[in-house]
Design a protein around this ligand. Sequence first.
Ligand code: BV8
Ligand code: ZN
Length: 249
Amino acid sequence: MAIDFSERFERVLADAKTVVVSTGAGISAESGVPTFRGEDGLWKKFRAEELATFEAFQANPRIVWEWYSYRREIINKIKPNPGHYAVAEMAGLFDNFHIITQNVDGLHKLAGSEDVVELHGNIKRNLCVDCGKMNYDEEFEAIPPLCSCGGRLRPDVVWFGEMLPAGAIERAFKVSKSCDLLFTVGTSGIVQPAASLPPTAKQHGAFVVEINIEPTELTFIVDQHFRGNSGEILPFIVRKIKEIRGIKS
Ligand code: BV8
Ligand code: ZN
């Protein structure tokens, strides 16, 4: 694969101290996780408003749970792809490195990334809507499952109209404002407030790189857009960083 690095990008790769990687569903696409808006996008079969909202859960807990069980089944069978591993390796190449993800599939951690900011929660965790206790069961007798307190369990993900975990979004904006380089990978840049991270980094002087198979809502603000699969481009960029910094593989 040949991708051209602008001179400025090469200089940024050489000098950057603080780097942020912000990922969306596209980085997991090559692992077999359906994205939300692509050809096989989840939203194609289901509408977000119908399913990923607390109101939908209240009105149709069974349908919402069946949708999440369907996604959990897919996610439990798949593995990280070279893009996730490249991001995990990148962490060791810079002084300060932060991974922020909109994904709820846990694949960054599975690929070895320790410190992952999960803006929208994690599909493998369940939460009791009554007592707030976390539950990590995978199998349940009844759908929707109940907590030991009798309360209803919900997936521990952030639904539309819900606040993001306070610490997570604060940290995401803090590092986006102070980084030298931000990669936005595999996200259509539609869902807020996650979609504001790349523009925020740009406004604060960072070099912003987009990796996507098509242009997005963010393409017009980035400094460099790489068109293609993140599973191919990210390992290529890691090799380039090592070459520029004289790091042996
Ligand atoms: C909040 C968890 C406030 C659940 C998710 C009008 C204007 C602006 C904002 C709003 C508005 N109306 C409502 C809002 C707010 C709303 C929002 O942004 N709506 C959108 C639809 C406009 N946001 C919220 O509600 C958020 N909360 O704002 O609270 C508040 C304030 C006060 C008090 C109370 C509340 C909460 C949003 C979180 C929703 N939860 N997920 C679950 O997963 O089930 S969102 C879910 O969809 C994902 O987490 C992710 O964030 C989003 C999907 O986006 P992407 O990850 O970008 O995926 P997508 O499929 O779109 O794109 C994939 C990309 O990958 C594509 O570009 C494709 O080309 C690319 N790709 C594919 N393959 C590859 C690839 N790239 C590289 N390589 C490949 N191989
Ligand atoms: Zn409970």
